[in-house]
Design a protein around this ligand. Structure first.
Ligand SMILES: C[S@@+](CC[C@H](N)C(=O)[O-])C[C@H]1O[C@@H](n2cnc3c(N)ncnc32)[C@H](O)[C@@H]1O
Length: 216
């Protein structure tokens, strides 16, 4: 399902802060080396939004679940307040090795700590204190309910969680779409909407991006 028509799509991409050379090269290398996985990477306009939102919340401590080759982590890291850090979680050494090279090149490697392993284990092993200002969740969809709860309990009041792919290419409104990922996304969308601890909105940005602000 095309959420916006192709002409408007091009217009949207042309009217977000352009990617710089590092992000353009990262997108190009991902396309060349991992063509079958390219759709996993966030787009230039979503990257611009991540940088902007990170700045808007004044994030000093951020969390990412799902790093891949590093486009979103680089976008978040660039928006961090001085001295800020990002904890990036993934299971793939191969894909995050690409990310590490681009973090170095962009001069943000010292702001990013990568933890390899199932993100549910990584998150559960973190201290319980409310230390994150912003969390971006973009890994395996069946894990979203756990990632949301583990991130929310460690988010400061007023902090922001971003959930990517919450429209599942429109499958959220297709009753025939019943694979485990489709079900998990419908579950988390309904859960977030009814959650009294937060306020939220699901934006038609790309494949759907839900913004969740923790009350307080
Ligand atoms: C959609 S991609 C992330 C794209 C990335 N945010 C970007 O902008 O390029 C999903 C990532 O989640 C990772 N992943 C899948 N299952 C995971 C798990 N259980 N724990 C941690 N990461 C996982 C994959 O290795 C993959 O890199």
């Amino acid at each position: 399902m095309d959420i916006v028509n192709p002409a408007l799509n091009d217009y949207l991409l042309a009217h977000a802060t352009p990617a710089d050379e590092v992000l353009r090269d990262l997108a190009a290398e991902t396309a060349e080396r991992l063509p079958g996985h390219l759709s996993m990477q966030i787009t230039q306009d979503e990257g611009a939004l991540l940088t902007l939102l990170t700045r808007l919340v004044g994030a000093r401590r951020a969390l990412e679940v799902g790093t891949f080759t590093g486009y979103s982590s680089l976008s978040i890291a660039r928006g961090l307040a001085p001295g800020g850090t990002l904890l990036a979680c993934d299971i793939s050494e191969e894909w995050t090795d690409i990310a590490r090279r681009y973090w170095e090149r962009a001069g943000v490697a010292d702001r990013i700590e990568l933890r390899l392993g199932p993100a549910a284990d990584t998150l559960r092993a973190l201290p319980e204190e409310e230390s994150f200002d912003l969390a971006f969740i973009d890994a395996d969809k069946v894990g979203y309910p756990v990632y949301y709860e583990e991130a929310l309990r460690r988010l400061r009041p007023g902090g922001l969680i971003l959930l990517d792919n919450t429209l599942r290419s429109g499958r959220v409104v297709d009753p025939g779409a019943q694979d485990p990922a489709d079900r998990a996304i419908r579950e988390i969308n309904d859960h977030v909407t009814a959650d009294p601890r937060v306020e939220s909105v699901l934006l038609p940005m790309r494949d759907g991006l839900t913004l969740v602000r923790k009350a307080g």
